[in-house]
Design a protein around this ligand. Structure first.
Ligand code: ATP
Ligand code: MG
Length: 277
């Protein structure tokens, strides 16, 4: 999305901050995302990642600033009117409900008919390739399967934007690698807009490098922002230089864009400097 391409703007965060008495959880932050974009934000623990996502989702109100979704002001909208799905690190599945019922839950809340619920649940179980565990409780599933059910529960009601808050943090390395591929596949197949946050530099890079199937598509545009901490930034930049020297520039600004398609553009937003300090 170019700065002037307003028609494709999915999300805009303008001057958003959050203070708890004397604690600045999130300093003034600006961010723009285009429809179908996958944006990874990288920041250390306590830098305000969850606070930012919670403000976008409407779970907490910002102290200053505005949130715009689909070019409509959403700052005061309740969460259920924002069309946003959120995937958390700890899955947040209902332990007493089967995988099928967990996925059905948001549809039942929206009062879909039983036949529509069953059809949609089957559709997304197929997408995450877990139709065979539909009748199991969360405790009868592996960590990776639970996270895929959480993803399915998120995509089943076709949210406008999906927010992912360190969704793979609880998984071991093998499962994490696998789920990274799964999330990329879902993004490519469904063309959804995804805002993904992590404190893990390797993961941020892995999620931000386009796959073969996505390269050249606008939806594959990936960007990484990094912390405004000298040592953190320096080590991250060394890795970028080593791993992506053919494709990445490492200019010394507070933001980084990894060219992933023909439509790369200067990074907008994420000016949460103090939040990272
Ligand atoms: N309800 C609250 N009251 C007071 N301070 C808070 C509250 N919620 C968050 N904070 C503070 O705001 C800052 C940002 O918190 P946040 O949870 O957004 O960080 P984070 O980047 O998600 O960290 P992590 O990677 O550990 O999840 C932290 O210093 C935290 O202690
Ligand atoms: Mg967090």
């Amino acid at each position: 999305m170019t700065v002037g391409d307003i028609s494709r703007q999915k999300l805009r965060i303008a001057g958003v901050s959050k203070c708890y008495s004397s604690t600045v959880a999130l300093d003034r932050t600006d961010l723009e995302m285009a429809e179908g974009e996958f944006l990874t934000l990288l920041g250390p623990s306590g830098s305000g990642k969850t606070t930012l996502l919670s403000i976008v989702a409407g779970l907490i109100a910002p102290t200053t600033g505005e949130v715009w979704i689909d070019r409509h002001r959403a700052t005061d909208l309740p969460p259920f009117k924002r069309g946003i799905g959120m995937v958390f690190q700890n899955y947040a599945l209902f332990p007493h409900l089967t995988a099928h019922e967990n996925i059905a839950f948001p549809l039942r809340m929206r009062r879909l008919s039983s036949s529509d619920v069953d059809r949609e649940v089957s559709r997304v179980l197929d997408i995450v390739k877990l139709s065979h565990v539909a009748g199991r409780l969360p405790r009868e599933l592996s960590g990776g399967q639970q996270q895929r059910i959480a993803l399915a529960r998120c995509i089943v009601y076709n949210p406008s934007i999906i927010l992912m808050d360190e969704p793979l943090g609880a998984l071991d390395k093998n499962l994490r690698d696998h789920m990274q591929m799964e999330i990329k596949r879902l993004h490519t197949e469904l063309g959804i807009t995804v805002l993904y946050v992590t404190h893990d530099q390797e993961e941020a890079l892995a999620m931000s490098v386009p796959t073969n199937s996505t390269s050249g598509r606008e939806a594959s545009l990936r960007r990484v922002s990094w912390a405004n901490q000298t040592s953190f930034r320096a080590s991250w930049r060394r890795r970028v230089t080593r791993r992506l020297c053919a494709t990445a520039s490492t200019r010394p600004s507070a933001r980084q864009q990894i060219p992933g398609s023909a439509r790369t553009r200067p990074c907008a937003g994420w000016s949460g400097r103090k939040a990272f300090a």
